[in-house]
Design a protein. Sequence first.
Length: 326
Amino acid sequence: MQFSVLDLSPVPEGSDARQAIANTIDLAKRAEAAGYHRYWMAEHHNMPGIASAATSVLIGHVADHTSTIRVGAGGIMLPNHAPLAIAEQFGTLATIHGDRIDLGLGRAPGGDQAVYHALRRGMQGGDRFPEDVAELIGYLGDAPAGARVTAHPGQGTHVPVWILGSSLYGAQLAAHFGLPYAFASHFAPDALEDAVAIYRRDFKPSAHWEKPHFMLAANVFAADTDEEGAYLRTSMQQAFVRLRTGTPGKLPRPVRDIDAEVGIQMRQAVDQALRITAVGSPESVERQLSQMIEKFQPDELILTGQIHDHAARLKSFEIAAKILAG
């Protein structure tokens, strides 16, 4: 089974975006060497702890520094953009880098109402998502005769398009269009089982994909011991608490007593949202990943891990690669 990386290019406390992007390049090179299939980045705005806001720019930077791993968006928040502009961006990436570029599309804005207004987008953009997806796919395909608008570069590049989601809506849309589907189970797993069942049941074969193709997203915090893995995980737990309470910031330093830091009830609520997670020693992570794969039967697995220390983050992905490569 193919396994991949989802990188938000985290900005740790005590560091800055320049170093976060340098860390992303380092991780991408090591992921390629370790056998990871894809390296995806996600669009988020107004988030001091995430350096991947200009997602297509960062994708090009990663592709420049790698040679074989697929590089793409997991995802582009399409309501923020005109489909033609995204087709031109990803058509340009594909023209430069060949058949290594993926385009995952999400319906969420990647920010709040203030972000929407700052991006000069109307607040009803999400309502046009199916039409925008179809328009975008058209710009990346072969130009129809007499088309008044074509994407240059873009037309004829056939960049693979994925639908991302955390609800039944994305599953239904991916099935309708006959596209691969990636579920955001690493932070919003509540509808996971129903969404995957609907996607597989209702999938309509298309010119793009003959059968359903489902990617499961999971958090991984792998280390030498269970205690160290749990310690590394506390950075993401704290970050999620801060996001939920409206105070997002840089990725916090890990702590030894997470309950003392955020409170037991808040930690339990966050852990429920982040329950698609493998944490601990190589043996523990292998057992947890195996249970996920057995339960959900994904066609691919994509891993993410918001770890404060870059060396520890590299090691976590290296441990996971060894496990999944068998």
